[in-house]
Design a protein around this ligand. Sequence first.
Ligand code: ACM
Ligand code: ZN
Length: 573
Amino acid sequence: MRKLNHALLASALALACASCTAEKEANYQVIPLPQEVSLTQGNPFKLNENVLIAYPENNALLQRNAEFLSEYIQQATNYAPKTKAIAAGEQVKNAIVLGLDPGIANKEGYVLTTTPEGISINGQTENGVFYGIQTLRKSIPAGAKGATVLIPAGEIKDEPRFSYRGMHLDVGRHFFPKEFIKKYIDLLALHNMNTFHWHLTEDQGWRIEIKKYPKLTEIGSQRSRTVIGRNTQEYDNTPYGGFYTQEEAKEIVKYAQERYITIIPEVDLPGHMLAALAAYPEMGCTGGPYEVCPRWGVFEDVLCIGNDKTMQFLEDVMSEIIEIFPSEYVHIGGDEAPRTRWEKCPKCQARIKAEGLKADKKHTAEDRLQSYCMTRIEKFLNSKGRRIIGWDEILEGDVAPNATVMSWRGASGGIEAAQMGHDVIMTPNTYCYFDYYQTADTKDEPLGIGGYVPIEKVYSLDPTFDLNEEQKKHIIGAQANLWTEYITTTEHVEYMVLPRMAALAEVQWTQPEKKDFKDFTKRLARLMKFYQRDGFNYAKHVFDLKVDFTPDVAKKAVVVTLSTIDDAPIYYT
Ligand code: ACM
Ligand code: ZN
C-alpha cells in the first residue's frame, strides 16, 4: 500500500513538473477523431501571443470564427491572439489563416494545414471552418497557461459522417435557465454537434411563451407540487415553474446560430399536454379540470382531436413557434398518446366518422385519429415551408407522408421507417438515453429513472445497423436524449451528459472503421481536462481505479487494475 501511494505521488509530481515548462505540444488525436491526419516531419508551428488570426475581409462569419478561435486559445493559454481582416491574396506571416475553399466536397468539411510558418483552416463553408477550429482548439492542451504551443506540421482532411448530429434536453419536467442553455450549446459546439433538440412542452410544464395563449405560461408553466422519489404517494408541496419568453428564446437561437447549431423546437402533441390542458381545459375530451402534472409517466388526458378549437390552437401555436425558430424542422412529438379518452369522446368519434377513419388488423380507428392529427399539423407546417419530425409512434397508423422519424423505442422503428423511405434520426433508448444510469453500480449515483447505458454502449452504436446502401442514406444522423424527471439541477444535467456526449460525438462524426473504444478512452482523458477547466461536472466511471490491490504472491506484488483505460494490470512491487 505504502509503495503504491509513493508511485502515485511520483507520477503526480511528474505531471506537475511538465506544466512548469514554457512549451507544450499539441496533439491532433482529438474527439471526435478526424478522418485523415497526416503528419510531416517538418518543424512544428509555434503558437504564442504574437500569432495573428486572419480572416477574409467582408466575411462576418469568418470574423466571428476568428474571434471564437482567439477566445478558445485564451482559455487554454491566457493570451488571446489578435484577429485581422485581410484582402484577397494578401499574405500574412506567423498566422492562423481562415478561408473558404469551394473544392472541399462536404458542406461541413475542412482542411487544416500546419507548416512551421503558419496554419490554414479552409472549409467549403464557414461551418466547416468552425469544425477545423474545434479540432485545433481540442488539440491544444486545456491547460497551457502562458506556454508556447508546438503544433505539429501536417494536414488534417476531415468531414462528418452524418449531417444531423444532435443533443436533446427536456426542460418540461425541470426547467433550466437561459444561461445554462447557452452553456449546453457550448458543449454541443465542443463536440462538433450541429443540432439542439429543445423539448419545450410537457405534462409537468409548458416552457415557451405563446402570445395568443398567455395562460400556457401563466398557468401551464407552474406546478403546485412535485412527487417525491419515483412516483411515491408523497409530494413536496413546493410550487415549481419557469418559462422562456420569446425574446429569450430568440436570443438563444442566435447564440446557437453563431456556433452553427440549429435549434429544433419540440411541441409534443397530442399527448404530454396536461400543462396546456390545465390552462385551456376546453381542449381536452372531458373538459377537465386538469392539473399541471405533479407526477411522472404517461397520462390518459390528451388533446381532443375532434374539437376544431384544439386544431386551431395547434396551428396558432405552431405559427408563433416558427417565428421564433427558423429551423427547417419542427418536432411535433407524437409519442405516448393513449387512445382511451378518444374512444369515449363524442367529438373524437364524430371526427373519426366524418374523416372515414377505419380500424384494420393492425390499427384502431383511434390510431388513425392520431395520424389524422399529425398529418394535419404536418400539412400546415409544410405549407409554411417547414418539415416535421415525430417520435417513432407516428409509424402506428398512416405515417404523415413527409415526416422524419426519430427512433427511440430501440432502433426497430427507425429501421422500418428507413425501409419505407422516410428520413430517420436514431436515438434508440438502448444506446442514447442519457437519463439512464451510466454505471451498473448505482448505489452512489443520484436517483435516476433506471436503465443502463454505459459509455461503451453509447460508443458501440452504428446508427445504420444492417440496412442496405440505399436505406442507409435515410439515416441522417443520431442524437442522445436527456429526459429530466429526476434531474433537477444543472450540475446533474452535466453529470449525465459528460462524458457520454464524447462517445456520441464520435458515433456522429467519425467513420465506423476508425472507431476504437480503447483509443477513444485515451483521447477522452485529454478532453476531460477541458470539462474540468471549464467547470463542468462530469462522470469519471470510465477511469475508475479499481482499488482491490489483489496480492500476487508469486510476483510479490499487488495488482492494481485501471479499469477500461488500460486492461493490462499494473504491478507495484
Ligand atoms: C420518449 O422517450 N417518450 C420519446
Ligand atoms: Zn375528444
